[in-house]
Design a protein around this ligand. Sequence first.
Ligand SMILES: [Zn+2]
Length: 88
Amino acid sequence: VGRVEPAWRLSDARTRWGSLSAKGVVSLNWRLIKASREEIDYVICHELAHFRHRNHSAAFWREVGRLCPDYPAVRARLRACNSLYFQF
Ligand SMILES: [Zn+2]
């Protein structure tokens, strides 16, 4: 993180807040417009952590925690609001 300048785009995905393509393009769901600042920060940290770990391993979540120390609470809130549509 920091060495790579990610490309960003908005996505219209129904099932994800954000994603990282094989080409390193980060997509953020436009529905995040309605999310709070810290929720958006969490999604961005999540995707940035995928630059180092392309999985959801324990090492990945440690990286998320380093970038976004409050992530467990934010993640729980996002899940609660959108459990029908969104997963991580
Ligand atoms: Zn992920």
